[in-house]
Design a protein around this ligand. Structure first.
Ligand code: KIV
Ligand code: NA
Length: 267
């Protein structure tokens, strides 16, 4: 899977199925099930490290898990595109800091890096893209700045907030972001933004089914969670015989548009 193929899928209306993974074995299994992109999310702070947020995740931890996943894909001769999160504090200081961190993730095996937020990030995204690093944006609920957002809650409900997200998304698209996660925003807003993108593939999580693709945290969709399960998650293991079948069911449900079901959302 290449960024060019992602762009083609978006253009052809073929839904993009993304799952997070943090280790070699699960990454290989997700790849085998047909997942298009594997995301080494800083959600590993919660899932693997037991933290209550992603704020304390280090670049070192991201590099370690990215290497594990990359190695798993090599062993399995996998083809999924590997996206890795730039963790909090690894790109906020300056463009120079961002490129330094992004290069380390790419050298650890990532094929695209993801960073959170809009506005000031536009300049950073353009800087990375110009230097040959594919970038995924992330708007809506941005867990690295959960304190500023007042908790894990739906974003973009009010008119002004929705307009801001729309504007930020357009700027990231113009800056060359190849993909963009839209997290916990109203389905209608996510669909509008998706339709307005010139080349960026939107990937929704808790954002309805009007996006170019979907992402879930792997452990969530297997019914494993240390805390409270988010409302938008579906447990794909419940009706599957094993983990492989659960991954395959997720891919099928994303591809045929049956996940997520817009009616499941109160926002
Ligand atoms: O960290 C993560 O897992 C993520 C995805 C859920 C988008 O950012
Ligand atoms: Na993340």
């Amino acid at each position: 899977m290449t960024t060019r193929q992602i762009a083609e899928m978006r253009a052809n209306g073929e839904k993009i199925a993304v799952l997070t993974a943090y280790d070699a074995t699960f990454a290989a299994a997700a790849d085998f099930a047909g997942v298009d992109c594997i995301m080494v999310g800083d959600s590993l702070g919660m899932v693997c490290q037991g933290r209550s947020s992603t704020v304390g995740v280090s670049l070192e931890s991201m590099l370690y898990h990215t290497q594990c996943v990359a190695q798993g894909l090599v062993r399995a001769e996998g083809s999924a595109l590997l996206i890795a999160d730039l963790p909090f504090g690894s790109y906020q200081h300056s463009r120079d800091q961002a490129i330094g961190s992004a290069i380390q993730l790419m050298q650890a095996g990532a094929q695209m890096v993801k960073l959170e937020g809009g506005g000031w990030t536009t300049d950073v995204v353009a800087f990375l893209v110009e230097r040959g690093i594919p970038v995924c944006g992330h708007l809506g609920l941005t867990p690295q700045t959960v304190s500023a957002q007042g908790g894990y809650r739906v974003q973009g409900r009010e008119e002004a907030a929705a307009e801001r997200i729309r504007t930020e998304a357009a700027a990231l698209d113009a800056a060359g972001a190849a993909m963009m996660v839209l997290e916990m925003i109203p389905a209608r807003l996510a669909a509008t933004i998706s339709g307005e993108m010139k080349s960026c593939a939107t990937i929704g999580i808790g954002a309805g089914n009007g996006t170019a693709g979907q992402v879930l945290v792997m452990h969530d969709m297997l019914g494993l969670n240390l805390g409270r399960m988010a409302k938008f998650v579906r447990n794909f293991l419940r009706e599957a015989d094993d983990v492989h079948a659960a991954f395959a069911a997720y891919v099928a449900a994303v591809k045929d548009g049956s996940f997520p079901d817009n009616r499941q959302h109160a926002w």
